[in-house]
Design a protein around this ligand. Structure first.
Ligand code: MN
Ligand code: MN
Length: 468
């Protein structure tokens, strides 16, 4: 007995304990209250444009101003820049010389969805449809027979921008994409899951009443007439639109114990919300300048002028250096080389139903806290941004000192697949970066699941990183 006790004590001392975070929670109230705010945020904003709009409002309420409004900057100033309504950078100027680097947390606001094609509208079999082109990695069969809403903008040649949002209000109609009845699906059911639904068959059903008798394409005409009455547009205006179909399902508290959140687009809006609220809640001017990134186009490779690969972020940082009155040749490069970043993106949570794709010792689990990935990539770490051990130790120290529950994992088994984030783009600029986000079940599906415990730990984790 005595020997066992000694072994137990030694085990306590030496083993890395991986425990369920809920067992460590004394008061669930703070977590549940925070999750309520998150659910409201998710229901108010479902696309990158809506997220940026909502984030701007929240930031301005807390004293942030467009960097354009500042002639000069000093410690404590709170600034933002919005890039084409789709990505956003925010900063709180720190007390320390900026040359020593800044602390960045960066997430992305775009999520997998169905975009409308440039020429979307057609009639077939006396139904009016909109043709789509899927955005990001989706399992196409998941997007049929679910409620969908239409969000986005139509821009006229005179510059007028019409905002569209149909299907979120109870009084709004919703839309759906049909699928074949099982009775007649013999051939379809023999197909591989990935080919079960063809990309060209993801057509949104939007109308069935003809405008008049004996007129060809009368249902399409009726739909266009409705759009013209509502928005003053004609068919050609759809050429200059960005309309996105997203699930019309509401973000909700999930489980009998209400421990989880189910919502569309938690990849990566859960990291946007946690980083943004962490930044807005900073009360004392931090030592190092705190920078927050809300990026776009991550799901399709971060390209283009709103993606993380663009130089707009560098320009924002240069602008800070200019307005601090410290800029000089190579200073921006130096700042980047001395900077530290948490690349805030979701992680694949361990799903017992699909346990075979995960390696249990190196999976991240819902309810065990914020999930770090030292590296991502595929096969032999191909394409990975691999965080240096020194930096991992630094982040561990911050989290451990602040009692933040964290786990370090890999995205699935070695040869099963892989993924990436914006981490490598910032790491290429010379900063220390580690992926650090929330584990998710059913990632990229129309309805994704997260744990409220991890949500709150992410918020606390990003706060601690900035305050450090
Ligand atoms: Mn992501
Ligand atoms: Mn993703």
């Amino acid at each position: 007995m005595a020997e066992n006790k000694e072994a137990e004590m030694l085990k306590e001392k030496l083993f890395h304990k991986k425990e369920n975070g809920w067992n460590t929670v004394k008061n669930k109230e703070d977590i549940f209250r925070y999750a309520k705010g998150y659910i409201e945020f998710m229901n108010a904003a479902k696309t990158e444009r809506e997220i940026v709009k909502q984030s701007k409002k929240m930031a301005e309420d807390r004293g942030f101003k467009d960097i354009k409004e500042f002639e000069t900057l000093k410690p404590g100033d709170k600034v933002y820049h919005i890039n084409r309504d789709k990505s956003m950078y925010l900063a709180i100027i720190g007390k320390e010389e900026i040359e020593k680097g800044v602390n960045i947390v960066g997430a992305h606001a775009d999520s997998p969805r169905l975009d409308l094609k440039p020429n979307p509208l057609y009639e077939d079999g006396e139904f009016a449809y909109l043709k789509t082109h899927y955005y990001g990695g989706i399992k196409k069969y998941q997007w049929t027979t679910i409620p969908l809403s239409i969000h986005g903008v139509i821009v006229k040649t005179n510059g007028e921008k019409i905002e569209v949002n149909i299907g979120e209000e109870e009084s709004d109609p919703i839309f759906t994409i049909t699928d074949l009845l099982p009775h007649l699906a013999q051939d379809q059911m023999e197909k591989k899951l990935k080919n079960g639904i063809d990309g060209e068959d993801l057509n949104l059903l939007i109308g069935s009443i003809p405008y008049a008798e004996n007129v060809p394409e009368a249902v399409k005409l009726n739909v266009l007439n409705l759009l013209n009455q509502k928005y003053g547009i004609t068919e050609i205006d759809l050429l200059s639109s960005e309309l996105e179909l997203v699930p019309a399902m509401k973000a909700r508290s999930m489980g009998l114990d209400e421990s989880m959140v189910v919502a569309y687009g938690q990849d990566d809006k859960i990291c946007v919300y946690t980083e943004l609220t962490a930044l807005l809640d900073i009360k004392e001017t931090p030592n190092r300048t705190a920078v927050c990134i809300i990026s776009d186009k991550e799901e399709i490779g971060s390209m283009g002028n709103t993606g993380m690969e663009s130089h707009v972020f560098d320009t924002f940082m240069s602008e800070i250096l200019n307005k601090l009155g410290v800029n000089k040749p190579n200073l921006l490069e130096k700042v980047f080389c001395n900077s530290k970043m948490l690349s805030a993106d979701v992680d694949a949570g361990f799903d017992p139903i699909y346990a075979s794709v995960s390696e249990r010792n190196n999976a991240s689990y819902l309810g065990r806290g914020i999930g770090l990935n030292k590296y991502t990539g595929a096969r032999g770490k191909s394409g990975a941004s691999d965080a240096n051990a020194e930096f991992v130790a630094e982040i561990r120290k911050i989290f451990e000192e602040n009692d933040i529950r964290y786990q370090i994992s890999e995205l699935g088994k070695v040869d099963v697949g892989g993924g990436g984030t914006i981490a490598y783009i910032l790491a290429n600029k010379g900063m220390d970066v580690i992926d650090c986000g929330v584990p998710v079940l059913s990632m990229h599906a129309p309805y994704e699941v997260t744990s409220k415990f991890d949500l709150y730990e992410a918020y606390r984790g990003y706060s601690a990183f900035w305050k450090n």
